[in-house]
Design a binder for this molecule. Sequence first.
Ligand SMILES: C[S@@+](CC[C@H](N)C(=O)[O-])C[C@H]1O[C@@H](n2cnc3c(N)ncnc32)[C@H](O)[C@@H]1O
Length: 182
Amino acid sequence: MLVTDNLWLVPCLLIFLFIACSIIYSSLRLGISPMPSSKKAYLAMLALADEANINTIIDLGSGWGNFIIAMAQKAPAKEIIGYELSILPWLYTKALIKFYRINNITLYRQDFYQVKLPKSAVLVCYLYPQAMQKLAEKLTLENDTSGFLISNNFALPSWQVCKMIRLDDFYNSPIYLYRLAK
Ligand SMILES: C[S@@+](CC[C@H](N)C(=O)[O-])C[C@H]1O[C@@H](n2cnc3c(N)ncnc32)[C@H](O)[C@@H]1O
């Protein structure tokens, strides 16, 4: 077999390397990969967010868009906002929003710690312990946000849990609900 027969492998390999490097770089920088919530977790979060009866729902680190797309389709009258810094998950979610012609999602490529949160919202996140600590400090400082925070797997340090659901999965993973009061 000639070497030139396999030349098509080179661009495929380069694309694969670019994707892998981009995801690894963002994960190292942000402290977390864009791993999506499990189906059981996001279904539980969807139900809690819908019950809250608040118009604005914000995913703090929306990853590949699994939660925001499902939420926008479930509740087309609500305003769904996603913040995502990692470029490929952000681009992929943008493409999905266009493909499904969803018009109630606003997706920002921004650091959610730097954003002033709205006065009333349901915040959703799937982060990690240090990020939850930083988020708790932000919410304490910006104490004019009312609504709820729903967190997959990780508790919000020093905040009183309002409700906790245990998923029927291998780890019985928790979903936490916090009330953000003015
Ligand atoms: C584990 S994923 C969760 C994705 C999605 N929320 C879900 O539940 O399926 C966490 C995401 O948060 C993003 N992220 C972490 N810190 C961030 C920050 N400060 N601003 C914006 N996005 C952030 C990461 O890039 C990653 O995609």
